[in-house]
Ligand binder design. Structure first.
Ligand code: AMP
Length: 278
């Protein structure tokens, strides 16, 4: 039987956290806990928490730490996470949340915190083309559409462009990432649980790299300082000159396409400024 795991995936919005968390959740048979998905469900069902969260989310602002911590504490108290562990997506986002999580889990520790590293120019393009199923959270993009436009292949739910994937909200979220979330990288590095891994390339290659890092960390007799090796090592997959965009960022296959006018699946022209949000 595959052993469970306690994992966190950090990274800018659009770094591919959601996709990688789903893959890790299948690989280690652990629940995928996305605070963004949980909050969107609350908003959709118009709960008290949802009504409180909506304004923050639409503006790209962070929900107050105590509110998010209470929601996560409830989820971590369920049997599946106690038995198998979890992969946390979008949480923690502040040092206060990381401290809260440490206290919630104590004396149990995390296996690994993965820092998914992707250039800002590439995440802007990914976010602008992102579409998501409101019901099951499956991600699509302008180059990876559902079979029927706006209808989810997995659950037939409604596929939308997220309200907070507007140019202004994306810029705000990326700014907040730098000020609030990036300090977590140093915090987890100090705690000895961080692995920085390149999030550029096909999703399969990225998850192979992550799984390698997790398994190396958990191998019997693993050097407890081995994480420092991961931190220094940010591998890049083999690539060709035409795989780069005009800024020199590496593109994955689905990212070669250019926007077509009059196509509602295509992205917000406001985001065409490659320097935006950096
Ligand atoms: P995400 O889907 O992770 O990009 O989250 C969407 C939005 O939900 C964020 O822009 C925040 O408004 C809110 N949110 C999600 N997770 C957190 C968190 N850990 N702390 C504060 N706000 C959060």
């Amino acid at each position: 039987m595959v052993p469970g795991a306690r994992l966190i995936v950090l990274g800018k919005q659009g770094a591919g956290k959601g996709t990688q968390c789903i893959r890790l959740s299948h690989h280690y048979v652990i629940p995928h806990i996305s605070t963004g998905d949980m909050l969107r469900a609350e908003v959709k069902h118009r709960t008290e928490l949802g009504e409180e969260a909506r304004t923050y989310m639409d503006a790209g602002e962070l929900i107050p730490d105590d509110v998010v911590l209470a929601m996560v504490a409830k989820r971590l108290d369920q049997d599946d996470t106690k038995e198998r562990g979890f992969v946390l997506d979008g949480f923690p986002r502040t040092v206060t949340q990381a401290e809260g999580l440490r206290d919630l889990l104590s004396p149990v520790e995390l296996d690994l915190v993965v820092n998914l590293v992707v250039p800002t120019g590439l995440v802007l393009r990914r976010l602008a083309s992102r579409r998501v199923c409101l019901d099951c959270g499956t991600n699509y993009s302008t180059s990876n559409r559902p079979r029927v436009d706006w209808i989810c292949d997995v659950c037939s739910g409604e596929v939308v462009q997220r309200e907070d994937d507007t140019a202004a909200a994306i810029r705000r979220r990326l700014d907040l990432y730098e000020t609030e979330t990036a300090p977590l990288i140093a915090w987890y590095r100090k705690a000895g649980t961080l692995a920085s891994i390149s999030g550029v390339g096909e999703p399969e290659s990225v998850s192979d790299r992550i799984i390698l890092a997790i398994d190396a960390r958990r191998a019997p007799g693993a050097d407890p300082l081995a994480h420092q090796g991961y931190e220094a090592h940010e591998p890049h997959p083999p690539h060709h000159a035409h795989d780069h965009d005009h800024e020199g960022h590496l593109l994955t296959d689905g990212e070669h396409e250019h926007p077509h006018e009059h196509d509602p699946w295509q992205h917000d022209p406001d985001l065409d400024d490659p320097g935006a949000g950096t």
